[in-house]
Write a protein that binds this ligand. Sequence first.
Ligand code: SAM
Length: 262
Amino acid sequence: MTSSLVAWLRYEVIHVWGLVMGMRAINVGNLDAGVDAPAVPTRAQLNQWGRAAYANLWADIAATLMPPDRPMQSGRGLEIGCGQGEGLGYLTTATPLDWDAVDLSLAATLISRWRGHRVRRAASQALPYADAAFQVVVAVESVMLFPDAQRSLGELRRVLAPGGRIGLAEFRQAGCADTRALIDAACAASGLRCLSFVDRTEAARRAIIHGEPARAALARWIPGFLRRHFADTLSLEGTARHRRWLDGSHCYWSAVLARADD
Ligand SMILES: C[S@@+](CC[C@H](N)C(=O)[O-])C[C@H]1O[C@@H](n2cnc3c(N)ncnc32)[C@H](O)[C@@H]1O
């Protein structure tokens, strides 16, 4: 099996598991500062932390796209890698835009459609939309999965309308300063520029650590032969990824990009 087939199958399994277990936000989650996290959070709370990643990202986009004296009234938005549509649920109610989305996973596409969203099964590197069709394009924790990041960024740039914004949120096994430099270089090669960059590592680390008991309980339902494979993805205690969140060698960032020629 090729690595891209394994990567695709992995998300089919994750989304079916998420549907069965009620895990709708398949992301690290950005627990809001000041929230008193319970010792053992519920699935609903994990989903709420996952939605907070979208709320934080939207606040960044709105701050650069819609100054208070020029609020956006309408337009189109596109999410890349929408998963089960939990973030789309937030975006469609909290923003004035009309949202489309794509995901590579068949399970994710069907679940999101069933939840009432307009989703196509497509890949970031070949978006089935016209040039300059969207005022906003967002991707929450799918950027790291793009098989050809440069080509995908070029596609995001192609479908972005003049004056529009791209919002990205992602984690990475590196420091935020290195990541910022990488984004600037990738933008320069794709006709984009980075308008803002936010280090969200602390909020993500809090969500990971506080959510550990709930995720460990959910992981017990994963068949034994698959559990080891997904333990690291879930950042469960004892895994390399869990250690990296604790020792600060994993960062979480969000960025807002615009066309370089704007
Ligand atoms: C970590 S999940 C995040 C899902 C959702 N954004 C959320 O926060 O709940 C990543 C998603 O990206 C999708 N994905 C991976 N590679 C992709 C690609 N090249 N184009 C579009 N979607 C992709 C996966 O199928 C998966 O649903």
